[in-house]
Design a protein around this ligand. Sequence first.
Ligand code: BTN
Length: 268
Amino acid sequence: MKAYPEPPLDSNLIVKGLRTKRLGRSLVVLEECTSTNDAAAQSALEGAPHGFTVIAEEQSAGRGRQGRVWISPKGGMWLTVLFRAPFSVGSVNALPLIGAVAIARVINSNLGVRSRVRWPNDVVVDHRKLSGVLVEAKSKGNELEYALLGMGINANFCTGAVKEIGQTSASLLEILGSPIDREPLFCSILQETERLYELLASGDLGGIMKPLLSLECSRGKRVSLRLQDRRIEGVFDNYDGLTKVCIVTPAGLPETIDTSSVVSVVYL
Ligand code: BTN
């Protein structure tokens, strides 16, 4: 796999640049792991605190939604944040959008990129995927124990040089024409994720919906959804809070879909 030659991540720069209360305050930066979600799950078992974060230079078995492989060469930004209970099922289901909004806001304001959020969990630039979010939760009995917010950003490598990555992907290097400093970006993403999560925890959904609606690019698009029990095709009409969306079927009927029941999404 061809990667852009660059200095390795400097964990001291991340620690020095962090302005968060909890997120990233307990931090591990790995040369390589299977998946930062795996590494964070292992640390969660061993008692890692809320906000614990794993960053990896490279993932050998990065994974995406719906069991897909997530190709994760050196030069990317691969991280997972541990969120410990107490939290409601609703707030776990809102985490993918929180991650996507945090990434898009930071990339746009820090780097001047015009990225958008594509429901349910992508950050895209000109319809090409720059970043994806994978949330995995663990329950104990009926109780949610923790959730892992995994975020992947194609940063300092050329997606075109990695044959396993589809042509509908993009990287910051390709968009900007030169590599970025990843350390300050990690800090800003952790800070913005924490800010949005605090809004969610305090019930201030409006504080999240406003940036989401200004960044989103799914409304008006035709989509085909595979749900747990059926398929539905229609036009993405709007968000109904952070965990539901409204799809208008070809018959003109609005249907409210819970994002957690969605198995796969294809934009037509
Ligand atoms: C998707 O779009 O399908 C989600 C991709 C999520 C990738 C990130 S990279 C960090 C974390 N570790 C993983 O194995 N996956 C997520």
